[in-house]
Design a protein around this ligand. Structure first.
Ligand SMILES: [Zn+2]
Length: 443
């Protein structure tokens, strides 16, 4: 199956007309999470600001099934909040709603309310595909074996048959699973009416550029019109804090991934706008200059999916508001300390908390607004910034959900100061360094 303009075959032109009409994801997009569905306007304002700087970045509101079940929300609320913000701010550019990290078992309730689907097949990675399927894949892809020269990758890949066997064995079943999910959604929404992302980030080991190439060949064969792909990159993408890993190696791999994608689009006829999606991409400040340098070399787009950190800006805003807001923020922290094991357990591989650096509940209880917000806000130059404190609170959003109306009423009462923090964080610390480069102006 073919999707891109340059790959129109002699027969099947009718098919391609459909593909040309496929709902298309814009070149630059930012995945924003809004756990409590109160910040869509403040998030959209950040997109307006970066548009004023001359760069169009469209918002994609994402919420996973897991997140819905923790908060007790329904997918329809994400669409409603997004639509309300778009109307209130008179936003005329694109926007989308992402059913984030869904699988066959969880996708159904998202289908009417989403136009973007992140097919999560991490669980199937490593489950061996049927030997006959692996063998047939290799037979169909002799081009993957031997010396593989990919434009703009300096050293050609040297790939043996054994390697391809191993890679196909590891990933083929996952791609087949993605195909099943894609066809299930297409059967209900109609192909072309939604954007497809394939995510493989929530797995143990990062995927090399060679593996990405094999995965893309398989995705094309499976007939999945993926517009973004989220591999697992090298290094640690801890939630809410900066990247931890080898920057030079990340730069090399990111560059090579872009080259592989550009190559695969032409070679396998994948959608022409296929781009990388960087999951848990918020707060990875040391990567943004690298990403910004790499994209133009390939005229590549980017989807950056943030990690639900907007709720931390809510907490910062409430702390800054003082009074009841600060009191509730401290209460949530005290509860987080008390339940630290159960809160952090499920996130062991995506956080790094140094418990010795955490203030006791009593200590934090005595803090001023400035001390609380200074410890929490991701300003690496601030003397009070405490990444352990930030990460613990990041995984403690369930505690805010438990507060119910008390939390939500405070968000409404302090909408302005909370919103300012949400917008500033997204614009000045994310969109601006990613797409423009210098420090942001004040919101
Ligand atoms: Zn992810």
């Amino acid at each position: 199956m073919l999707w891109s303009i340059q790959a129109i075959p002699e027969s099947g032109v009718g098919d391609n007309v459909l593909h040309l009409l496929m709902l298309t994801l814009e070149k630059y997009s930012i995945g924003v999470g809004d756990r409590f569905a109160h910040q869509a306007k403040a998030q959209l304002r950040a997109c307006q600001l970066i548009a004023q700087d001359g760069v169009d970045v469209v918002p994609v509101w994402n919420k996973s099934n897991r997140e819905h079940s923790f908060i007790g929300s329904e997918p329809s609320t994400v669409l409603a909040a997004a639509r309300e913000a778009v109307e209130a701010l008179d936003w005329k550019k694109g926007w989308h709603v992402d059913a984030d990290h869904i699988g066959l078992k969880t996708v159904d309730r998202f289908i009417p309310h989403s136009d973007f689907f992140t097919l999560d097949v991490a669980e199937a990675i490593g489950q061996r595909a049927a030997s006959a399927d692996v063998e047939a894949f290799i037979q169909r892809h002799p081009e993957l074996i031997g010396t593989l020269s990919i434009p703009r990758i300096q050293e050609p890949f040297q790939v043996t048959r054994t390697q391809i066997e191993r890679i196909a064995g590891k990933f083929l079943l996952a791609v087949q699973e993605a195909g099943k999910i894609y066809r299930h959604i297409a059967g209900q929404k109609g192909a072309g009416n939604f954007i497809t992302e394939v995510s493989m980030d929530e797995t143990d080991s990062p995927q090399t550029p060679t593996e990405l190439l094999v995965i893309l060949a398989a995705i094309a064969e499976e007939g999945i019109p993926a517009q973004t792909i989220a591999p697992k990159f090298t290094g640690r993408f801890n939630k809410g804090v900066d990247y931890a890993g080898d920057l030079a190696q990340f730069e090399r791999e990111f560059h090579d991934d872009l080259a592989v994608i550009a190559f695969a689009i032409r070679r396998y006829g994948l959608p022409i706008n296929l781009k990388l999606s960087v999951h848990s991409g918020s707060d990875k400040f040391s990567l943004y200059p690298i990403i910004r340098r790499a994209l133009p070399k390939f005229e590549a787009g980017l989807h950056l999916k943030t990690a639900g950190t907007t709720w931390l800006e809510e907490l910062i805003g409430l702390a800054e508001a003082g009074g009841e807001g600060l009191a509730l923020a401290k209460e949530i922290y005290a509860c987080a300390i008390e339940h630290i094991d159960e809160l952090t357990g499920p996130y062991a591989t995506v956080i790094d908390i140094d418990r010795a650096k955490l203030p006791s509940a009593a200590e934090a209880h005595g803090w001023t607004s400035g001390q609380f917000s200074g410890a929490l806000r991701h300003d690496q130059k601030h003397s009070l910034f405490n990444p352990s404190f930030r990460q613990l609170l990041h995984v403690s959003f369930k505690l805010a959900a438990k507060k119910g109306p008390r939390y939500l009423d405070l968000l409404k009462a302090h909408e302005e100061i909370v919103g300012r923090n949400v917008t500033e964080n997204l614009y000045a610390r994310h969109l601006r360094p990613l797409f423009v480069g210098e420090g942001g102006r004040t919101v």
